[in-house]
Design a binder for this molecule. Structure first.
Ligand SMILES: Cc1cc2nc3c(=O)[nH]c(=O)nc-3n(C[C@H](O)[C@H](O)[C@H](O)COP(=O)(O)OP(=O)(O)OC[C@H]3O[C@@H](n4cnc5c(N)ncnc54)[C@H](O)[C@@H]3O)c2cc1C
Length: 264
C-alpha cells in the first residue's frame, strides 16, 4: 500500500520550484518513486507531478548540444527525430531499457535523479560527456555527470532543485553500448565511444557503484584487464562477484571491438 501523501499538479517549472523541499518531491513517471514509497523506503508527505509541464519534455538542438527535457520518457527520447538523427546510440539504448511499461512511463530525468547504479543511461551519458541542468529558486547549476552522480542512489541534487534537462555536446560521440541483463536491470553495461576530439572513451556501468570512465588516444590504450581490476562487484541474484568481474572483461572487449569496427 502507498502511504498517504498530497499531490500537486503545477503547470510550470516556477511553480514546481516553489513547492520542492526535503519532504515534497518531484514525481515524474513514478516507476522508482512509487515502488520505493510502497516499500517504505521513501516517505515524502507530498508529490509534485511533473507530467503536466510541456517544457520539461522538450527535445531541441543548438549548434553545440542536443538538449533533452528531464521529463521526456524513454520512448519519447528513442522516437524523437533529433535523437534519431544525432544520437543513434542513445536510441538503441533507450529502446532496450527495462520493459514497455518502464519505457513508456519512466523518464530520463527520473533515471538520473534516482541514481540506481544498474542504469544504462548513467554510463552512456557519462560516455557522451553530458551535463545536467539543475534549477531552484536560488538559480541554475550545470554539472558534468561525474559531478552529479556521487554514489548509489546519491546525487549532488539539493532537495529544492529540479533536474530540468540533460545536454549532450555535439557532435554526439559514436560507438557501441553492450549490456548483460539477466534480471529486469542491467548487470554490466559498457559504452565505448570515440569523442569528437578523436579520443577513445570506455565507460563501465551497472557493475560499479558509479560509472567508471577510462580514456585513451586509441582503442589499443584501453586495457580491459586493468578495468576489471578496478571494478568491485557484489554477489547477488544476477551472479557472483567473480562472474561479474569476468563478464566485465568480456563486455569491455566486445564494446571496444564493435566501436573499432564501425560505430552507431
Ligand atoms: C522493472 C524496471 C526495469 C528497469 N530497467 C532499466 C534498464 O534496463 N536500464 C536502465 O537504465 N534503467 C532501468 N530502469 C530504471 C528506469 O529507467 C527508471 O525507473 C525510470 O527512468 C525512472 O523515471 P521516472 O520518471 O519513473 O522517475 P520517478 O520514479 O518519478 O522518480 C525517481 C526519483 O527521481 C526524482 N525525480 C524524478 N524526476 C526528477 C526531476 N526532473 N528533477 C529532480 N528529481 C526528479 C523523484 O523525486 C524520485 O526520487 C528500470 C526500472 C524498473 C522499475
Amino acid at each position: 500500500m502507498l502511504p498517504e501523501f498530497t499531490l500537486s499538479r503545477p503547470a510550470d517549472i516556477d511553480e514546481v520550484l516553489r513547492e520542492l523541499n526535503a519532504d515534497v518531491v518531484p514525481y515524474a513517471g513514478g516507476t522508482e518513486l512509487l515502488l520505493a514509497m510502497k516499500m517504505g523506503l521513501l516517505v515524502p508527505s507530498g508529490l509534485v507531478d511533473l507530467k503536466r509541464i510541456p517544457a520539461l519534455r522538450e527535445i531541441s538542438a543548438s549548434e553545440s548540444a542536443i538538449v533533452i527535457g528531464a521529463g521526456a520518457t524513454h520512448d519519447e527520447v528513442a522516437r524523437h527525430e533529433l535523437i534519431q538523427a544525432h544520437a543513434p546510440l542513445l536510441v538503441q539504448v533507450e529502446q532496450n531499457v527495462g520493459n514497455a511499461r518502464v519505457r513508456s512511463q519512466g523518464t530520463i530525468g527520473g533515471n538520473l535523479c534516482f541514481a540506481e547504479p544498474r542504469s544504462d543511461l548513467l554510463a552512456l551519458l557519462a560516455a557522451f560527456d553530458a551535463t545536467v541542468l539543475l534549477r531552484s529558486v536560488r538559480g541554475d547549476r550545470t554539472l558534468a555527470m561525474a559531478e552529479f552522480v556521487l554514489g548509489p542512489y546519491w546525487t549532488d541534487r539539493a532537495e529544492d532543485e529540479l533536474l530540468v534537462s540533460v545536454a549532450i555536446p555535439r557532435p554526439c560521440p559514436t560507438g557501441a553500448y553492450v549490456k548483460l541483463q539477466v534480471t529486469e536491470r542491467p548487470t554490466v553495461g559498457v559504452a565505448a565511444v570515440r569523442t569528437a576530439a578523436g579520443r577513445c572513451r570506455v565507460v563501465v556501468g551497472s557493475v560499479t557503484e558509479v560509472p567508471l570512465v577510462v580514456a585513451g588516444a586509441s582503442w589499443d590504450d584501453i586495457d580491459a584487464d586493468g578495468i576489471v581490476a578496478q571494478v568491485e562487484p557484489v554477489s547477488d541474484i544476477a551472479g557472483s562477484a567473480e562472474y561479474k568481474k569476468h563478464i566485465t572483461g568480456v563486455y569491455v572487449r566486445r564494446a571496444v571491438a564493435l566501436a573499432r569496427d564501425g560505430a552507431v
